[in-house]
Design a protein around this ligand. Structure first.
Ligand code: IPM
Ligand code: MG
Length: 356
């Protein structure tokens, strides 16, 4: 029997609650499809600061590097907001992404037909939306040096090298080739030098991918087009900060930020994480939507473990559960038959998998 070592980082806020549901669902697919998952639990973010005084302890990083995949919930919260920026919870996440060279953040935004009324946008605009945002994750303003804050002046630097752009663009070209063959590069080339280098690099690569058409769009226009006509997009390729912002916007097109999973990949070990944050305001109440986390676990099975059938079993169960009207509170007003707690929806999804 194949066995895989999963480094589980539940994190802060709703992280632990949603991670527990993902594990519940993973247990039912691993039993059903005959592979083994060995979970090892480690701290990161605020939870690690409380115990070790740092957001990413060496133990956590080493375990992540030695695992087959990292399953990560969420980090951060008001409790740690006033700490020195160098040890804020978010630093832990940025460091683990960098250390694992997880430079490609894949954020699929798909509309479930069952939730078509959950979006604030009209159903006829969003029906059939299926966008993959490929967000560069280990460069740009998040990591650029120099950076500093002084008393009256602060600055950050957006830096991208040719090789950083090439490796992420390759991921996007390959993904577009397997999808509808449309790549939209989102940038601010009318203002930023980095964007101009992105265009130069992508233009030079395009002839190697004759089945993929390339289009460029300024980020301000892209923010508008995502709301105006989201179906025009297939794969969106963009730098770190633009991707952060546009993926939250895309989640609202889909109805709830509690639905969108992601995979942060690039090197040996990937991180599988929902796109949302730790939602400290609703933590511990059993009302968080675990679906983004559960779908991130499905992405882990697909990309890290090669367990495609098990990944699809999870995705199909999520669709069936939504179709049958089970909803967490965030989706309560949209064709709900029964409002469920975080744990109930996890159990229902895992029961659907067992019965399917
Ligand atoms: C995300 C989050 C993170 C990011 C934060 C928590 C640092 O917003 O994964 O989208 O900005 O990348
Ligand atoms: Mg974000």
């Amino acid at each position: 029997m194949d066995r895989y070592k999963i480094c589980v980082i539940k994190g802060d806020g709703i992280g632990p609650e949603i991670a527990d549901e993902a594990i519940k669902v993973l247990d039912s697919v691993s039993a059903k499809f005959g592979f083994g998952l060995d979970y090892e639990y480690f701290l990161m973010g605020g939870a690690a600061i409380d115990v070790f005084g740092v957001p990413l302890p060496d133990d956590t990083l080493n375990a992540a590097k030695a695992s087959d995949a990292v399953l990560f919930g969420a980090i951060g919260g008001p409790k740690w907001d006033n700490l020195d920026p160098s040890i804020r919870p978010e630093k832990g996440l940025l460091k683990i992404r960098k250390e694992l060279e997880a430079f490609a953040n894949l954020r699929p935004a798909i509309i479930f037909d069952e939730l078509i009324n959950a979006s604030t946008i009209k159903p006829e605009i969003i029906k059939g939306v299926d966008v993959l945002i490929v967000r560069e994750l280990t460069g740009g303003l998040y990591f650029g040096e120099p950076r500093a804050i002084g008393k009256d002046k602060a600055y950050n630097t957006m830096v991208y090298s040719r090789s950083e752009i090439e490796r992420i663009a390759k991921v996007a070209f390959v993904a577009a080739g397997k999808r509808r063959g449309k790549l939209c590069v989102v940038d601010k080339a009318n203002v930023l030098e980095t964007s101009r280098l992105w265009r130069e690099v992508v233009d030079a690569m395009a002839p190697s991918y004759p089945d993929v058409s390339v289009e460029y769009m300024y980020v301000d226009n892209a923010a508008m087009q995502l709301i105006r006509n989201p179906r025009q997009f297939d794969v969106i390729l963009t730098e770190n900060l633009f991707g952060d912002i546009l993926s939250d916007e895309a989640s609202m097109v889909c109805g709830s930020i509690g639905l969108l999973p992601s995979a942060s990949v690039g090197s040996k070990v990937g991180i599988y994480e929902p796109i949302h944050g730790s939602a400290p305001d609703i933590a511990g109440q059993g009302i968080a939507n675990p679906i983004a986390m559960i779908l991130s676990a499905a992405m882990m099975l697909r990309y890290a473990l090669g367990q495609e059938t098990a990944a699809m079993a999870i995705e199909n169960a999520v669709k069936a559960v939504l179709k049958d009207g089970y909803r967490t509170k965030d989706l309560a007003s949209f064709d709900a038959k029964e409002i469920c707690t975080t744990s109930e929806i996890g159990t229902i999804i895992s029961d659907y998998i067992k019965k399917a």
